[in-house]
Design a protein around this ligand. Structure first.
Ligand SMILES: Nc1ncnc2c1ncn2[C@@H]1O[C@H](COP(=O)(O)OP(=O)(O)O)[C@@H](O)[C@H]1O
Ligand SMILES: [Mg+2]
Length: 335
């Protein structure tokens, strides 16, 4: 039995309800925060919850006064701005409190879908060729890049800004979607070559030594009809929509050689992009068996039933063990 720890769970301020600021009640629909906070309590830890509020003085004072053994970092944005996720990590680093997950460097490298792809290609890791399309510049499609392209906000995640219209096959469609991204998301767009193939998710845990978890797959089989080919926002978050188009999340069935190759490449990605404790790499496996990395997710969703938890459970690591493993991986980094 490990010693009782004082853990402060840091959450996005918008996740905190006035009626239940300490996440003590059990609502019908549990969020990631409920899952993790409830589990940390069940494990016997002394748990309090802190919101990443705009008044950062409150965060600093609380941490300095309470001196927790660990901050479990569930924040994804600051004041609704995802680009500031790294700044929260930076604040925790300055305060000097141990915290779970990726630090400021890794969060910065992974936030920009263009930057991480440049870095991975320098390391000879296969990523889609892409165009960087900031607003206010004329769109020039380089000869080296071929349609169809996938147009995305360069700085979001969780499939935000990704719909079937993101897949474009000519200059007119490209311009329309890029303009939409600039107006609606107020940030640069990235247009990547569409990679055909199996869509796979590789969860990884660890720091010095890395463990790859069983590969998950998202299959798009709409039986020849015009169903989604991308994990769009609706595919990710709308079960009815998935049913309608026969999109399924399941365990991938690959031969061991291919699975090992994917694991090996994804571990390299994890290290290059400085992920810590736990992460998930999204990729596609082409019909020619080529591994193409789509993105790396530091601090991926830890909700019960999400990709990381599903993959962990398959190896026998049930949910409370997963959360316990993550907090100890984090603590060990500070020893
Ligand atoms: N270049 C690409 N080729 C094929 N599919 C893509 C490509 N880029 C994105 N997608 C699809 O869109 C989904 C979301 O893209 P991703 O870059 O992972 O954004 P997010 O950070 O929002 O998850 C992917 O899981 C994949 O289904
Ligand atoms: Mg993704």
């Amino acid at each position: 039995m490990s010693r009782k720890l004082h853990i402060i769970v840091l959450v996005d301020a918008t996740e905190i309800s006035e009626e239940d600021p300490n996440f003590e009640a059990q609502p019908e629909v549990l969020t990631t925060e409920h899952n993790v906070i409830g589990t940390l309590r069940n494990l016997g830890n002394d748990v309090s919850v802190l919101g990443a509020v705009s008044d950062i003085g409150t965060i600093v004072t609380t941490l300095a006064e309470q001196k927790p053994d660990l901050v479990f970092n569930l924040t994804e944005s600051f004041e609704g701005d995802r680009q500031l996720d790294k700044n929260i990590a930076a604040l925790l680093e300055i305060v000097g409190v141990p915290f779970t997950g990726t630090g400021v460097a890794g969060l910065m490298l992974c936030r920009d879908k263009r930057l991480c792809k440049k870095l991975l290609s320098l390391h000879k890791i296969h990523v889609p060729r892409f165009l960087s399309l900031p607003s206010g510049r004329r769109i020039r499609v380089a000869k080296t890049v071929r349609y169809p392209l996938v147009v995305k906000p360069a700085l979001e995640d969780s499939s935000e800004g990704i719909s079937n219209a993101s897949l474009v096959s000519n200059d007119v469609e490209l311009e329309q979607r890029v303009n939409f991204i600039h107006e609606r998301w107020e940030q640069p767009a990235i247009a990547e070559e569409y990679i055909e193939g199996l869509e796979l998710y590789q969860s990884i845990m660890g720091n010095k030594r890395l463990a790859v978890l069983p590969l998950r797959e998202c299959s798009f089989d709409s039986n020849g009809s015009n169903g989604p080919q991308l994990a769009t926002y609706r595919v990710k978050w709308n079960e009815e929509y998935r049913k309608k188009w026969n999109v399924k999340f399941s365990f991938a069935e690959l031969d061991p050689t291919t699975a090992n190759k994917i694991g090996h490449i994804c571990k390299r990605v994890y290290r290059i992009l400085q992920l810590r404790d736990y992460g998930r790499i999204d990729l596609r496996l082409t019909p020619e068996n080529e591994v193409v990395i789509l993105e790396a997710n530091p601090n991926p969703d830890l909700a019960y039933g999400e990709e990381v938890a599903e993959a962990a459970e398959k190896t026998g690591l049930v949910y409370d063990e997963l959360i316990d493993r993550i907090l100890h991986l984090a603590l060990r980094r500070y020893k």
